[in-house]
Structures are given as C-alpha cells and as structure tokens.
Design a protein around this ligand. Structure first.
Ligand SMILES: [Zn+2]
Length: 170
C-alpha cells in the first residue's frame, strides 16, 4: 500500500469535498450539506431504525432518501479497485462522489470537522477539534472586528502593561 502524502487521515477526502462545496451553488450541494448536518446531529452509535416518529428516526428516513439517489460500481484503476459513481455527469456525478466522501469521513469520525469557516463562510476541515477558522489571517481579521474580543484584548493589554510597570518598580 502506498502511503498517502497528506498531513492527516481524511485530509484528502475533506479537501475534495470542500473544494466542490466551495466551487459553486447547486441543489446537489445543498443535499450534501443537509446529509452532513443530519449525520452530525445523529452522532455516533446505532441508527434508531426501530424508533417511531422521533426526531432521530425522521433523520434516518431523510438520510436514506438522500442516499437512495446514488448508485456506484467497482472499477479497476491503477493498482486498486475503486468504487465510483455509476452514472450521471457534471453536478450529478460530483454529488454522488461527494456523498461517498461524506461516508468515508464519517467512518474516520471526521465528518463533524468539515464545517464553514466562522470568518468567511467557506467550507474547511478543522485540523484540530475546536478550530473555527480556515486561516490565521481569517481568524485575526474576524477577531479584530468583534467588539467582545477587542474588549477582552484591551483588558489583557492593560493588565500586561500594569504588570510590567509593577515589575519595573520592584
Ligand atoms: Zn475564513
């Protein structure tokens, strides 16, 4: 097995998924975004298929609906046998492919890391849990325009200045 040249498991999948979501608007993209949100709401564990008319059972029903749109076939490619969308072209093909990526990321327990950047709304994959911005520049820019952050930062600076002054006086 060739080792993938990526920084973390799932980066390849998350990168392809985010690239497609960021490259335009379409009903196919909306369905993929919906499927991700539903899976994340459901969380890990067995599917509640025996529950009757609960929010969770409705999610499972809707997810099955979204999945039913897609079919796949095996194809020999390079040194591997891969599963590829069985039909469709353009947006339909990308939607099926993205649905595959969603499931691969879910298997790796990384689906909840695929999210919109808090600063600029583009799709990104958080490298670490808790990351909210797609870049350092975006985080700085967003924080600087947030009055609550400014207030906290000013307070910190005041304290630092005060401490340094005290330190100097000793
Ligand atoms: Zn951003």
């Amino acid at each position: 097995m060739t080792k993938r040249q990526h920084q973390f498991a799932g980066e390849y999948e998350a990168g392809m998924l985010c690239d497609w979501l960021n490259s335009g608007q379409s009903s196919g993209r909306q369905r993929i975004i919906e499927a991700m949100a539903l899976y994340n709401e459901l969380g890990p564990g067995p599917f509640p298929i025996f529950e009757k008319k609960t929010r969770r059972s409705k999610i499972v029903w809707r997810l099955q609906n979204l999945i039913d749109r897609h079919s796949y076939k095996f194809k020999l490619m390079g040194d591997r046998t891969v599963l590829v969308p069985a039909g469709g072209a353009g947006d339909a093909w990308h939607e099926s492919h993205s649905m595959q990526l969603v499931h691969r990321l879910r298997q790796m327990d990384l689906l909840s890391r695929v999210m919109r950047c808090d600063g600029c709304d583009i799709w990104m994959c958080a490298k670490m849990p808790g990351n909210r911005f797609h870049s350092v520049a975006c985080r700085v820019k967003t924080n600087q325009s947030d009055p609550a952050w400014q207030a906290r930062n000013n307070e910190k600076r005041r304290k630092k200045y005060h401490d340094e002054k005290q330190g100097g006086a000793l």
